[in-house]
Design a protein around this ligand. Sequence first.
Ligand code: NAP
Length: 313
Amino acid sequence: MLPISLAIVGVGKIAHDQHLPSIAGNPDFQLVATTSRSNTVEDIPNFATIEEMLAAIPSIDAVSLCMPPQFRYDAAYKAIAAGKHVFLEKPPGATLSEVADLEALAIAKGVSLFASWHSRYAAAVEAAKSFLASASIASVHVVWKEDVRHWHPNQDWIWQAGGLGVFDPGINALSIITHILPTGIFLRSATLEFPENKHAPIAADLYLTNAENVSVHAEFDWRQVGEQTWDIIAETSAGQMVLAQGGSTLTVNGAVIPVSSETEYAALYSRFADLIKNGKSDVDLAPLRHVADSFMLGKRVVVASFHDLPGAD
Ligand code: NAP
């Protein structure tokens, strides 16, 4: 079978860090074009708009959309309407309804839509899911604390409405717990902290449960300097499970559990190729739904202004 002709739209940090190397390492895909207002990829034709790209290279089979969520729907709509398979970076959109709209359009056009959640493909996530399936869970504690100045320097979109603020990393934790927990969960209460000069939260504290009242407490904070924490700790009938470092390591009662050696984005592109080959889509909105619920139910607290340069206020 011929490789899938693929284009990238939005050639920024994640496209360079992950998409380009993963595409280059996967024989199922061939990168044939990019759309970027500011960057190019060596030896690959670049276009200023997705319309120009789709008109110039009608043989494009699939498009990966790597821009921030607020700008993804229009590009996704145009690509699907033109009969292209679409890979959406996380989060899949700025609203639940726009992603539902894309899902319906993909069905109507007979193309694959992949709402990707890269953290679900972290090395230890499947092992954690298997462990939790075999134990009774008493409680879950999620601690996702990082330094926004280090990870998101000068990314204005992330602080704007729809950019999600601390939920941009926090949704990665939500994507993991909604995958590994054996039952559905829902939000009971939340507190969101908004810097007084921003439209998105810098911290969030969520209390979720399942129908049996098993507590899932999630703490997201962007003000952590020094050691960074991306941990999920479950107390269970078979002992304590610690899924750490963003889902890449797993211990049970302190013993290290063997994990997969495949990298997140290599696994994502394998999944995208499988979806296309099998005429399927994969659109799970649960992580985005929990974020929407947090904005709907959460208490809002205004905290100190945030500036990329410390002490700039
Ligand atoms: P970024 O570098 O700030 O932006 C990516 C690209 O999006 C930009 O280079 C630009 O593409 C396009 N873009 C930015 N603002 C735009 C606007 N106003 N209108 C249209 N296009 C715009 O962001 P990123 O870190 O790569 O993140 C992009 C997405 O990937 C986000 O949803 C993020 O959550 C997700 N993600 C990021 C990471 C990470 O480590 N950074 C990890 C996993 C997932 P052109 O200049 O090429 O036109």
